[in-house]
Write a protein that binds this ligand. Structure first.
Ligand SMILES: Nc1ncnc2c1ncn2[C@@H]1O[C@H](COP(=O)(O)OP(=O)(O)OP(=O)(O)O)[C@@H](O)[C@H]1O
Length: 250
């Protein structure tokens, strides 16, 4: 049960991008997907959202292949936040966030307000979306996904354009979503943030699983060296959290 990638193979253009990826994600957990540029993180999330054609294996939710779900069922189950979202229409922020309710067909205003509040975008609600800064727009697009109250949130580098405060708030929001029972799968690059938020880590290298499991077991010096080609310094804080600083090219 849960979200499961089994022997997943994806080819884009003429290149095999994912080579038999096995991974299981659980409800109520935050799984961080790590790996170097080009490792296949986005492709895995896109395959989970049935946005790329799968060549072998499958991604399933509670035993059902995501590709076999109707678009509406899939949209109810999976909220996918892409890496570089483009907003094609210059609509009001509140209306854009309300589009997140389309899979439910109910325009539930309370759910929209909850999503605006969770992402601290209520103050932006009457603005035209094209007038927003990059970070403001990123938070609004996250609000749109949250408004749909999906069972799974797949977020591809959701912190990339956010300032430090909003990065922390977004991490807290992801944790909160998992605490409320959502399955959260998130691609991050910052190792300190990954260690802080992850219950589990899936570490990819060249389209294969290098390691998958509890954060401490995956985020070892050896794994990070193999995945990124860097040495890291790990600083333990008084509260037990770790600061992970890449400091050496291997
Ligand atoms: N449409 C495509 N055609 C051919 N190759 C592609 C296509 N889309 C992605 N790729 C390649 O697939 C590989 C994996 O891409 P992907 O975006 O999944 O990596 P990623 O781990 O998310 O990287 P990043 O950290 O840079 O975002 C890359 O080498 C990329 O160039």
């Amino acid at each position: 049960m849960g979200l499961i990638s089994r022997d997943l193979a994806v080819t884009l253009g003429r290149r095999r991008i994912l080579h038999g990826v096995d991974a299981a994600f659980a409800f109520g957990r935050v799984t961080v997907v790590l790996g170097a540029n080009g490792a296949g993180k986005s492709t895995l999330l896109r395959a989970a959202a049935a946005l790329v054609q799968v060549e072998g294996g499958a991604v399933s939710i509670d035993g059902v292949d995501v590709a076999a779900l109707s678009p509406r069922e899939r949209a109810q189950a999976i909220g996918y936040l892409p890496q570089d979202s483009v907003v094609h229409w210059n609509m009001r922020v509140r209306d854009l966030v309300a589009l997140g309710r389309l899979p439910h067909g109910d325009g539930d205003a309370a759910a929209v307000e909850r999503a605006l509040a969770a992402t601290h975008t209520i103050d932006l609600a009457e603005r035209a979306v094209r007038s927003l800064s990059g970070g403001e727009r990123a938070r609004v697009l996250l609000a749109r996904v949250l408004a749909g109250e999906p069972r799974w949130l797949l977020a591809d580098e959701p912190l990339a354009s956010l300032d430090p405060l909003h990065q922390l708030e977004t991490l807290a929001l992801l944790r909160d979503a998992a605490t409320r029972g959502m399955g959260v799968v998130v691609v991050l690059h910052d190792l300190t943030q990954a260690a802080a938020i992850a219950d589990e880590v899936l570490l990819l290298k060249d389209g294969r699983v290098l390691a998958h499991g509890a954060t401490d077991r995956v985020m070892t010096h050896a794994h990070l060296a193999a995945a990124y080609g860097v040495g890291v310094e790990v600083l333990a804080r008084a509260d037990g959290r770790r600061v992970i600083v890449p400091d050496e090219r291997l």
